[in-house]
Design a protein around this ligand. Structure first.
Ligand code: AMP
Length: 512
């Protein structure tokens, strides 16, 4: 049953649930790098006043509020202003250009657009063209025209669990980005599942150095700490030196793999430096098993890796108590089901067999905004969400991700799974990481190509890697070219941008 998670819960929407769970209103919530502090009462009041601002700016319940601002407590409070006012929060990456923002405005038709002050001029005409009722500003220390309107509180809109609280556009590695609609119930059920799975309590202090326009920093990190009664050391960006100084005051950190590889490169990462920490969580991109092992050897902490996505929030997690298995993303979270099926027939596959990961549960989005066709494509006939991630499950339930379906390379008519080749390359002496991708090839359709990065101070020999692979892989899987690079292209969430590699090297095999 989708609503089993609701058993024992009296609240009828997410805002009411936070009030029910949070209790002590004066407890600290945010401690910011600009010296500001917000306890829960101050934050909740800010959200209520921002809800009044949005109404004054022309928004009615159900309207979308597009927000492209720098990270701040006010940016998070704007999400809660939407939850409380019945609006739909639509966060946008501050790095998006005006042309990119134009697409989201056209697609979502928000009634209000909130932007960084320095982009007001550039965005005003766009907002007008897209039919926004108003455009307002918000900077990273809590000032701007939107705040100037936040003079009064206003009663909460009586939302239900099924109401949409946010639309998050997917990163859109292929084609145009789609807006995943997330309901009060989707977000609340996931936050509760994570509080339980990770044992979060009022004693927890989280290092929050993630962006807040993405599900990881916006929902996974803040919603869990709000519900559990804990607090956050809120940083506008990840700075490895600063994070090391925060560790003795903190109990938990949620990060992307890059946070952990950067920490490992710093001599200050020691057992003593992390002695106060209870839990390190990683997600959004694969954590190399080697990073997991190196971190444990250095600090005694086994990083807890979990797996989720914009459309579903978190699906699986390694256990808090029990084996945190390196290279896996753990077990399905409470009330969430995972199955591995054949990509074509959707037949359920035996354990330890690679296939499509599908999920079902109260966390899963009801679909894409105004896009019934994409929604239909991404759900199976019996209602499971087709993640697009390939993976397998062990007999004892641990899920391992083996790649993205869209990453699949078809070379000479054979299917090649990049992850299989990447794992072999990564195990080669001196290799830090690799990305295998396909680009047009006159004979094979696609040519398997590897981008490889060496560990600091090593000079990699592409020829030696090629020889090693030829001894281990069928010929059709062996990369036709191995490109040694200083680093792989990544987005802000640490995901390797294979689309960028494909486009940069598209002419590699073109006959001259
Ligand atoms: P996003 O919607 O931007 O959060 O991206 C979701 C995608 O990130 C998933 O579909 C996976 O491909 C990938 N991802 C998230 N967590 C992990 C993880 N722990 N290991 C490997 N891939 C992950």
């Amino acid at each position: 049953m989708q609503d089993r998670w609701l058993q024992g819960i009296k609240a009828t929407n997410f805002a009411a649930l936070v009030l029910e769970r949070r209790g002590a209103t004066e407890r600290p919530l945010f401690s910011c790098d600009d010296g500001r502090h917000f306890n829960f009462a101050a934050f909740w009041d800010l959200a209520q006043r921002l809800s009044f601002s949005l109404r004054s700016a022309g928004a009615s319940p159900g309207d979308r509020i597009a927000v492209q601002v720098a990270k701040s407590v006010e940016a998070v409070a704007l999400f809660w202003a939407c939850v409380r006012g019945g609006f739909v929060f639509l966060p946008l990456n501050p790095a998006y250009t005006a042309a990119e923002v134009a697409y989201f405005l056209e697609d979502a038709e928000p009634s209000v657009l909130v932007v960084a002050p320095e982009r007001l001029n550039e965005m005003s005409a766009l907002a007008a063209a897209a039919g926004c009722k108003s455009i307002h500003t918000l900077d990273d220390v809590g000032t701007g025209s939107l705040l100037a309107l936040a003079t009064e509180g206003v009663e909460d809109h009586p939302a239900t669990w099924a109401d949409t609280a946010a639309i998050l556009y997917t990163s859109g590695t292929t084609g145009r980005s789609k807006g995943a609609m997330l309901s009060h119930g989707n977000l609340a059920s996931n936050a509760l599942a994570l509080v339980e799975a990770w044992g979060l309590t009022p004693a927890d202090r989280l290092i929050h150095a993630l962006p807040v326009y993405h599900t990881h920093g916006l929902f996974t990190a803040t919603n869990t700490l709000l519900l559990s009664g804990g607090s956050m050391l809120f940083r506008r960006r990840f700075d490895v030196d600063e994070v090391l100084t925060l560790l003795p005051q903190a109990t938990t950190m949620m990060g992307i793999p890059t946070f952990y590889t950067r920490l490992l490169q710093h001599a200050g990462l020691t057992r003593e430096a992390t002695a106060h920490m209870r839990l390190f969580v990683s997600g959004s991109a694969p954590l190399l098993a080697e990073t997991h092992r190196a971190f444990e050897a250095r600090t005694g902490h086994a990083i807890l890796e979990r797996y989720g996505m914009t459309e579903t929030s978190m699906n699986t997690s390694n256990p808090l108590d029990g084996e945190r298995r390196a290279g896996t993303v753990g077990l399905p979270l409470p009330h969430i089901n995972v199955r591995i099926v054949d990509c074509q027939s959707h037949a359920i596959l035996p354990v330890e067999t690679d296939g499509m990961i599908e999920v079902r549960g109260p966390n899963v989005s009801s679909g894409y905004w105004r896009n019934p066709q994409k929604t239909a494509e991404d759900f199976s006939a019996d209602g499971w969400f087709i993640t697009g991630d390939l993976g397998r499950q062990s007999a004892d339930g641990y899920v391992t991700i083996s790649g993205r379906a869209k990453d699949l390379i078809i070379s000479g008519g054979f299917n090649v799974y990049p992850k299989e080749i990447e794992l072999l390359i990564d195990a080669f002496e001196g290799v830090l990481e690799s990305a295998v991708f396909g680009v047009p090839h006159p004979d094979f359709g696609e040519g398997v190509t590897a981008a490889v990065v060496g560990k600091p101070g090593t000079a990699l020999d592409a020829g030696a890697i090629a020889v090693d692979l030829r001894g281990k892989l069928a010929a059709y899987k062996c990369p036709k070219r191995i490109l040694v690079m200083a680093e792989l292209p990544r987005n802000a969430m640490g995901k390797v941008q294979k689309a960028e590699l494909r486009s940069a090297w598209q002419d590699l095999y073109r006959p001259v």
